[in-house]
Design a protein around this ligand. Structure first.
Ligand SMILES: Cc1cc2nc3c(=O)[nH]c(=O)nc-3n(C[C@H](O)[C@H](O)[C@H](O)COP(=O)(O)OP(=O)(O)OC[C@H]3O[C@@H](n4cnc5c(N)ncnc54)[C@H](O)[C@@H]3O)c2cc1C
Length: 262
């Protein structure tokens, strides 16, 4: 079975995010790029499935990102992915969520797949819109928010997290599935994995290789980002000083009552 994991390459999650006021895009220069944390869970699910199946299944990672971020994919290869496809093209800058799903779908049809596994959310764009749109563009069943999955007789069986519990769903392959963090902690790359990753292939892909979909780039985007603003600065915190637990609790209660919060 061919499993493809879509991974977004994002600015370091702990770095302060800065927006270019001219383009309204994230400034990536001078900030380390990492694998989108959610996508490490997607990769873990794929690797665990491959190990369980033990039938020669392969795991490919696919990223659409600026050229300078390519080597970040080595971490996915070090964790255990067999190979990587790096889709980059200057004309992709400014692609919106729908366009990203469309372009990724073109790439996936080119690569071939039985199962596509996505993270649930990117750390920077954070729309969570790509997986559902991707299933639609691929015209395959889409199972979102999976916390577990297994393959039985050519069907994916998954538990989908909901607000109240979980649903048990099943769909015939090929399938697009996105995961939640409950699917299992991502593994650390071993030293052997890190050394081996240096020799694993990262295949380049450009828009011309996948039929140059018109949804790519700022020109194809249906959403215009009009402005961005930092979150409001929080007021000073009130520090409660108390000599014992009871008077401290009373002070906190008075504070909440004053503001009609309890
Ligand atoms: C040249 C270039 C410049 C770019 N610049 C930016 C930028 O400045 N800011 C920005 O946010 N994005 C940028 N992108 C990426 C792209 O535009 C976004 O990925 C897109 O808007 C996805 O929306 P999201 O982040 O809300 O994804 P979500 O829907 O929140 O992501 C959900 C899941 O979809 C998958 N996914 C999402 N995006 C990608 C991707 N690019 N590749 C592989 N899998 C993916 C992952 O599995 C992820 O966990 C750039 C891409 C290129 C090629």
């Amino acid at each position: 079975m061919k499993i493809v994991v879509t991974v977004k390459l994002v600015p370091d999650t702990n770095a302060e995010k800065r927006i270019d006021p001219g383009t309204q895009r994230l400034i990536r220069t001078g900030v380390e790029t990492v694998l989108n944390p959610y996508d490490e869970y997607a990769l873990e699910a794929a690797l665990a499935l491959k190990e369980k199946l033990a039938d020669g299944s392969t795991v490919t990672v696919l990223a659409m990102a600026p050229e300078a971020t390519k080597e970040t994919l080595r971490k996915a290869l070090a964790m255990g992915a067999d190979d990587a496809v790096f889709l980059t093209d200057a004309a992709l800058a400014g692609t919106d969520t729908l366009g990203t799903a469309d372009v990724l779908a073109h790439a996936l049809k080119n690569i071939g797949f039985d199962l596509v596994i996505c993270g649930g959310l990117s750390d920077d764009g954070s729309t969570g819109g790509v997986p559902g749109a991707l299933a639609e563009f691929l015209a395959v069943p889409g199972i979102t928010n999976a916390r577990s999955l297994e393959i039985i007789d050519g069907r994916v069986h998954a538990q989908r997290e909901t607000d109240n519990g979980y649903q048990v769903v099943s769909a015939a392959l090929p399938v697009m599935l996105s995961v939640t963090m409950a699917v299992g902690e991502p593994r650390y790359a071993s030293l052997k994995g890190i050394m081996g990753a240096k020799k694993k292939p990262i295949a380049p892909m450009a828009l011309a290789n996948i039929g140059a979909p018109g949804s790519a780039g700022a020109a194809g985007a249906k959403i215009s980002l009009l402005s961005t603003a930092p979150p409001p600065v929080r007021g000073k915190a009130k520090v409660v000083e108390a000599t014992d637990g009871l008077s401290g609790a009373q002070a906190v209660l008075d504070f909440l009552k004053e503001r009609k919060l309890v």
